[in-house]
Design a protein around this ligand. Structure first.
Ligand code: FAD
Length: 296
């Protein structure tokens, strides 16, 4: 029995493997994290359908072989509505009942202008409505506590989230952030806009600070000074880096819990040890992981 706090929910995000070694790695990570009894796991989807086959085989394996409730991310950039419907039917046949519905990054890359496909869904809100019409799926969507870089302002961003919720989204998963005050202010604005679906914080335990800083710059997330101060001095000391990283993420989760947050979505980067360390340090998620990992 996992003695996790009854109202705490947990999900893990993975990305589809690009090589045999990565394939080996993801299943080690899935097996390592399965003991935390996640409410669901999810597998990302390359914009433009670049990972369609590997996303499908990975998510299908999680459902059929690992017995996990698994969601597939789905982007609509560059696809017609009919193409999206075909993909959804294919994933449904493989047992997928939960999609993370996304527009996807512009085809020219982050920072270039987004061109909706003339016969396709223009954004995450339209895709949500399309999916809702295609079946009784659970639909998660994206949310951006520090605003999406393409949004004119925070109000436009929250308006998009409202449209997604109105169109049938069941929860929002946020972009990663490290400052809980940013999230608290965001939630206040979301609730003031009448959005009632759960908005689940995306937690990113940092495996590689330089990489996270680069990615944060691209996607409009900030890396606060306290994160830099804790990790930059130990970038070349992997063990100390991992320890401090786990401690930072554990304190973040505890801080969010103190704000009344009960659902947590972890960006795993297809690695189990750091995420397990975070979960053990908080004590919120039961002790089964700790016992099992020590026995392994
Ligand atoms: P949307 O929410 O549709 O749009 C983003 C913002 O742009 C909106 O808030 C809105 O303000 C503005 N905007 C969009 N359309 C319009 C419009 N017509 N008029 C005015 N403003 C508009 N990417 C992948 O490729 N694969 C993945 O698997 C993936 N998974 C993700 C999971 C999570 C939890 C998150 C947070 C992001 C993920 N992404 C993924 C990244 C995502 O694809 C990018 O951030 C993309 O640029 C936006 O997609 P979206 O669905 O969030 O866009």
């Amino acid at each position: 029995m996992n003695n996790r706090n009854a109202d705490v929910k947990l999900s893990f995000e993975f990305f589809p493997p690009k090589s045999d070694e990565m394939e080996r790695q993801i299943w080690i990570a899935v097996d390592g994290l399965k003991r935390w009894n996640p409410d669901f796991v999810s597998v990302t989807y390359g914009a433009g359908g670049s990972t369609r086959d590997t996303t499908l085989t990975t998510v299908a394996g999680m459902i059929a072989e690992k017995g996990l409730a698994a969601a597939s991310h789905l982007t609509c950039v560059g696809s017609t509505r009919e193409e999206v419907a075909d993909i959804v039917a294919e994933f449904k046949a493989a047992g997928v009942r939960h999609f993370v519905a996304l527009r996807g990054d512009p085809q020219g890359g982050i920072g270039t202008a987004y061109q909706p496909h003339p016969g396709g869904f223009a954004n995450g809100a339209e895709l949500t409505a399309g999916l809702r019409a295609m079946g009784n799926f659970e639909i998660s969507v994206s949310a951006y506590p520090e605003k999406h870089p393409e949004s004119a302002d925070s109000a436009a961003d929250i308006d998009m989230l409202k449209r997604k919720a109105d169109n049938g989204a069941t929860r929002a998963l946020t972009q990663f952030f490290f400052d809980n005050d940013v999230f608290a202010r965001y939630i206040d604005r979301v609730r003031a806009a009448g959005i009632t679906i759960p908005v689940v914080p995306g937690i990113l335990p940092i495996q590689n600070l330089a990489q996270v800083k680069r990615f944060a710059r691209l996607c409009g997330a900030s890396v606060p000074g306290f994160v830099d101060a804790a990790l930059a001095p130990v970038e070349d000391k992997p063990e100390e880096h991992a320890k401090r990283s786990a401690e930072l993420a554990a304190r973040q989760v505890e801080g969010l819990r103190a704000l009344g947050i009960s659902d947590f979505h972890f960006y795993t980067m297809n690695r189990a040890p750091l995420v397990s360390d975070v979960l053990e340090r908080t004590g919120l998620f039961g002790d089964r992981g700790a016992v099992a990992s020590k026995a392994a």
